[in-house]
Write a protein that binds this ligand. Structure first.
Ligand code: NDP
Length: 245
């Protein structure tokens, strides 16, 4: 496979770090973005060809800083093949408590608006390249089914799914594929903070391997682990367009 130029947000831990490791093993040149520079530097030091990769210590709510990182990476890598808007936050929110409402702003800004802010600075180059580039959004099974006690998070992920579907239709004439990954219960720091036990967590490395196949194949949607899609289908819980079986 031709070595790829890949930009990943939220690369300092969990799913983003696992995706970075998998792409690096395939020979990719990476642009890795998160707030914690020390974690990004440590990750890059352990990857093959660390000198190829760039770290950007940026908060995804700072759209100008994302655009600057994108410009630097495009100049460094000479183009772009895959952009993964993976950075995300989760927090319990209960609408009945007024003090939880400001948390909605943080979650929507980080999960939804930053997805658009991450894609935006790469689109002109992708159109000009006319190579089969990919924009990848991270939804969630919570965005399809809902998750009690995490209303802001579920709403943000439902919005990411809807946003990516509209963008997919808009980008189709340019040969740019928009892929929405919908993880369900992956073993990462995000799921480990839960105070209750979460059975059937999938290792982030296995998720990343499946995700790379779906991204390369240009799937519109992928529910990973796929068994969650099967269960949902059997129970008739998902709308047709979201099956990935
Ligand atoms: P982690 O908490 O392990 O990783 C989240 C990443 O996002 C970190 O690298 C963090 O880096 C980064 N991040 C968070 N806020 C910001 C910010 N404001 N600016 C820049 N970077 C930020 O979670 P996961 O790996 O589990 O989650 C990755 C994605 O997958 C998220 O979008 C999540 O919603 C989604 N997902 C996860 C599921 C799971 O079961 N784990 C299920 C469904 C979806 P830093 O702190 O250094 O900024």
């Amino acid at each position: 496979m031709t070595p790829q130029r890949v930009f990943i947000t939220g690369a300092s831990s969990g799913i983003g770090a696992a995706l970075a490791a998998r792409y690096a093993a395939e020979g990719a040149t990476l642009g890795l973005l998160a707030r914690r520079r020390d974690a990004l530097d440590a990750l890059i030091a352990g990857l093959p060809h660390p000198e190829r990769h760039r770290a950007y210590a940026v908060d995804v709510r700072d759209h100008a800083a994302i655009a600057a990182a994108a410009r630097d990476f495009l100049a460094h890598a000479g183009g772009i093949d895959v952009v993964l808007a993976n950075a995300g936050v989760s927090a319990g929110t209960l609408t009945e408590y007024a003090e939880d409402l400001p948390v909605f702003d943080t979650i929507i800004a980080t999960n939804l608006i930053a997805t658009a802010a991450t894609f935006a600075p790469f689109i002109a180059t992708m159109k000009a390249q006319r190579t089969p580039a990919r924009l990848v959004g991270i939804g969630s099974v919570a965005g399809i089914r809902g998750l009690p006690g995490a209303e802001a998070y579920s709403a943000s992920k439902a919005a990411v799914i809807s946003y990516c579907e509209s963008l997919r239709l808009e980008m189709r004439p340019y040969g740019i594929k928009v892929v929405t990954l919908c993880p369900g219960y992956i073993d990462t720091p995000m799921t480990r903070v839960n105070s209750y036990p979460m059975p059937f967590l999938m290792p982030a490395e296995r998720f990343a391997a499946a995700a790379l196949r779906k991204i390369a194949g240009g799937s519109s949607y992928a529910v990973i682990p796929w068994q969650m899609g099967l269960v949902a289908k059997l129970l008739r819980l998902l709308p047709n367009c979201l099956y990935d079986l």
